[in-house]
Design a protein around this ligand. Structure first.
Ligand SMILES: CC(C)(COP(=O)(O)OP(=O)(O)OC[C@H]1O[C@@H](n2cnc3c(N)ncnc32)[C@H](O)[C@@H]1OP(=O)(O)O)[C@@H](O)C(=O)NCCC(=O)NCCS
Length: 408
């Protein structure tokens, strides 16, 4: 329940209810005010196909919506290739007139209780501020970097493949070809999120306000990859906004085209994987300049046995994890036995080498985005058994760094 107001303090608390289809314009007003912009009517209607009213929870005060949280249905890939259905928390905002009196906490409690009831093993979000979601059990799962490349100085190393096979296509053809390539990419990358048909329609709507002074999207496709970009004529820049490659041939082929655009000075990528090999295809790796590193997706484990037994492990591991979850009380002691071929995880009372871990840190470990030894140095994971720590450290590493690939 929402906290009660103190005598002489805040107005009465808000009440929570599920949203209805007709709430969307009012929800957009709360969200727009929260983030500091006005939604136009056509933007609200463009969002409607993605809006599933019963996935949105509202806080109302005196009949007026003063708080919102929603979720999108995704499938997320785990290390080893299995997927889990996972709600992606979104549209979180509380009216500026009603902040810091527990409305977000009440919305989060109700929403996450619903996720547990629905049987979700993990929930996901992207955060506007880094200090909000740790208390709700979320830990940073993907990092990405923005890069800038001065095109004329970016020379491919002799021996870098030049496979060709890239075509320029329009948005209609992109809509036909990209989803299948994206599905293949999602299957191989831990943390990657599925995109539904509705999501693809929305991505490729390419609304004016998303362009930030750039052109409408241009698209390149290869049999095993694609890139969507816009040109900023003023800055003489190509801005890559969405790119996935399933093979190294597609990666080299698309980058050769992106770096071949005469008349442009720079190519920028907002969300470049930390372990992308592009810089090593060039004679001067420094030409892929990192201009920022940001957290991307955060994850929260809701069902420890279901989440941990679904992934694969880089090395054999047999350990008891003592999970600490003050927000939802989904923690306890769990024995994990796993390896490259499979895993099982069950609740136990006692036994075995034990590693204590905050539930937020478990979300980080789950996708292989952070090493157990790093989390231990930060005090988010603890053990008196160095061998157990080493074993967890090795086992939870993933085949590549996690990427989520879809903002939400
Ligand atoms: C972030 C936001 C939703 C918080 O709503 P709220 O109703 O004021 O939050 P609550 O009062 O329920 O606070 C819950 C807890 O989070 C903390 N908290 C809330 N907002 C915080 C912030 N911006 N930074 C750090 N801590 C915050 C509170 O101190 C409180 O801590 P506690 O319960 O552990 O003591 C609201 O400030 C907002 O709408 N901001 C603008 C939009 C935004 O950033 N949304 C998040 C999108 S990811």
């Amino acid at each position: 329940m929402l906290q009660q107001s103190e005598p002489g303090g805040h107005p009465p608390p808000a009440v929570l209810r599920r949203s209805r289809a007709e709430d969307l314009p009012a929800i957009a007003t709360v969200d727009g005010r929260g983030f500091g912009f006005h939604y136009r009517d056509e933007d609200i209607e463009a969002f409607r196909p993605l809006f599933e009213p019963d996935r949105f929870l509202l806080a109302e005060d005196d009949g007026r919506i003063v708080g919102v949280t929603g979720s999108f249905p995704f499938d997320v890939t785990l290390p080893g290739g299995a997927t889990l259905p996972a709600p992606g928390v979104t549209w979180v905002s509380v009216a500026v007139t009603h902040r810091r009196r527990g409305i977000l906490r009440a919305l989060m409690e109700e929403q996450h209780r619903g996720f547990v009831t629905d049987g979700s093993a993990v929930s996901l979000l992207t955060a506007s501020e880094g200090s909000i979601y740790g208390r709700f059990g979320y830990g940073i799962t993907t990092l990405h970097r923005s890069v800038e490349i001065t095109r004329r100085r970016a020379t491919f190393r002799p021996g870098t493949p030049d496979p060709g096979g890239v075509r320029e296509i329009d948005t209609t053809e992109a809509r036909q070809l990209f989803p299948e390539i994206h599905r293949r990419w999602v299957a191989t990358v831990p943390g990657a999120l599925s995109r539904s048909d509705t999501w693809w329609d929305n991505v490729l709507l390419d609304r004016e306000w998303q362009r930030n002074g750039g052109t409408a999207l241009f698209h390149l496709v290869h049999a095993d990859g694609y890139a969507s970009y816009r040109i900023d004529q003023g800055e003489r820049t190509c801005r890559v906004v969405d790119m996935v490659t399933v093979t190294e041939e597609a990666h080299a082929a698309l980058w050769r085209v992106l770096l071949a655009m005469d008349l442009l000075e720079t190519v920028t990528v907002w969300s470049h994987p930390l372990d992308d090999p592009l810089q090593y295809l060039l004679t001067d790796p420094r030409q892929v300049r990192t201009t920022g590193i940001r957290d991307g997706m955060w994850a929260r484990v809701l069902d420890v046995p279901a989440a941990l037994s679904a992934r694969r492990y880089a090395a054999e591991v047999d350990v008891v994890l003592d999970v600490h979850d003050p927000f939802l009380d989904r923690g306890g002691r769990f024995r994990l036995r796993g390896g490259p071929d499979g895993a099982e995880c069950v609740r136990v009372d006692v036994g075995g080498p034990t590693v204590s871990v905050e539930v937020a840190a478990l979300g980080q470990l789950l996708f292989g985005g952070e090493r157990a030894t790093t989390l231990a140095r930060a005090g988010l994971l603890a053990t008196e058994d160095e061998t157990a720590l080493h074993s967890v450290d090795l086992a939870f590493q993933a085949e590549c760094l996690p990427q989520h690939g879809t903002g939400f």
